[in-house]
Design a protein around this ligand. Structure first.
Ligand code: FES
Length: 370
């Protein structure tokens, strides 16, 4: 009997699987949605051939929504409001949308397909995001697994961005990888050097874009990127800025601190940077030079696992250790702001500590990468 039930269940599962596959194939090869009109903010409109995602349809018109995961439905950056012309929320969107967002017609543009005329709403500032053509000016090893890539702009020739924002770099196919992907990297160069951007790219095992940068990208090569994106930038204020980063999370702070140095800011700033051993540590000299140029800036590097021959007499432990030590003896955390860039795990741990010691969650800003 049990055997019969198992066979029937397996057969039904198999049939539904085949039907689902047929539906996908039918949609891909036979669906013809014809021309669809997309109206944006009740002002602008364009007509495209239906059938693609809303994200790529907008891209085809040079309107770029942030899409750090390259349309895989994991980053939740590509949200916009779709007021008309869309079906119910998809299972792939649900985990990344809050109840309020759903009530306000917010959708993931990479998951929603254009099948009919649509009326959408996107923030005005997203119209400033442009596609740039550039040439690789220089590639420098910062550590054994982080490279600094300088891209000289060729078209347009200048960029405007807020220190802390990021760019989405488009990789090219290479050695068996047929696809081209788009990945987000914070801009490390100062915003007043407008003719180039610097990106810090850490090699991620099996990462399509990072492998391309580390093993295939050459100086002189032409590459495209889309920028500026993101809301990780300085909120002007009087309180102290407590910054924390690990690995290539260094990038936005270089841009932010260069801006502070240029403005001759007197704001108190403390920057904790975590690495495992000395060979993972970089930009220490640059940070020491910024300490000289910014009146109230202190750089605190920490090693979580220094090697005996690292000869390290600085802070040790995960970055949360010196951070907590500092916050414990701080008497004005309510007015301070937190700025964090690094792995989601590091960011969560730091936010928890910052909140425990009295920092307000709406004064903690972060840019996670995973
Ligand atoms: S592009 Fe990342 S979720 Fe849509």
């Amino acid at each position: 009997m049990i055997f019969k039930i198992l066979i029937t269940t397996a057969a039904m599962a198999g049939i539904s699987g085949v039907l689902a596959l047929l539906l996908v194939l039918a949609e891909r090869f036979f669906a013809n949605y014809g021309e669809c009109k997309i109206t944006i903010n009740d002002e602008e409109e364009f007509t495209i051939e239906g059938g693609s995602s809303l994200l790529s349809s907008l891209n085809s018109q040079k309107i770029f929504l942030p899409s750090a995961c390259g349309g895989r439905g994991t980053c939740a950056y590509c949200k916009c409001k779709v007021h008309e012309g869309v079906g119910p929320i998809l299972p792939t969107e649900e985990p990344l949308l809050t109840e309020e967002e759903m009530a306000e017609n917010v959708r993931l543009s990479c998951q929603v397909k254009v099948k009919q005329d649509m009326r959408i709403e996107i923030p005005e500032e997203l119209f400033n995001i442009k596609e740039f053509e550039s040439e690789v000016d220089k590639i420098t090893d910062l550590t054994y697994d982080i490279k600094l890539v300088r891209l000289k702009l060729t078209e347009p020739k200048e960029i405007s961005f807020k220190p802390g924002q990021y760019a989405q770099l488009n990789s090219k196919p290479y050695n068996g990888v047929k696809e081209s992907v788009s990945r987000a990297y914070s801009i490390a160069s100062p915003h007043f050097e407008k003719d180039h951007i610097d990106l810090m790219v850490r090699l991620v095992p099996e990462g399509i874009c990072t492998t391309w940068v580390h093993d295939y990208l050459q100086e002189g090569e032409k590459v495209k990127f889309v920028a500026p994106m993101g809301d990780f930038y300085i909120r002007e204020d009087e309180g102290e800025m407590i910054m924390v980063a690990g690995g290539s999370g260094m990038a936005p702070f270089v841009s932010i601190l260069e801006d502070m140095a240029r403005k001759k800011s007197k704001r108190k700033m403390t920057y904790f940077f975590g690495a495992v051993t000395k060979k993972d540590l970089f930009y220490v000299e640059e940070m020491r030079s910024l300490e000289e140029r910014i009146e109230n800036f202190t750089f605190v590097p920490a090693l979580s696992g220094p090697e005996p021959d690292d000869d390290w007499d600085g802070e040790t432990g995960l970055i949360t250790v010196p951070l907590e030590k500092y916050l414990k003896s701080h008497d004005d955390l309510e007015k301070s702001q937190g700025y964090l860039c690094g792995s989601p795990g590091m960011i969560d741990a730091c936010i928890k500590i910052m909140k425990n010691y009295g920092m307000k969650s709406d004064r903690i800003f972060y840019d996670p990468f995973g």
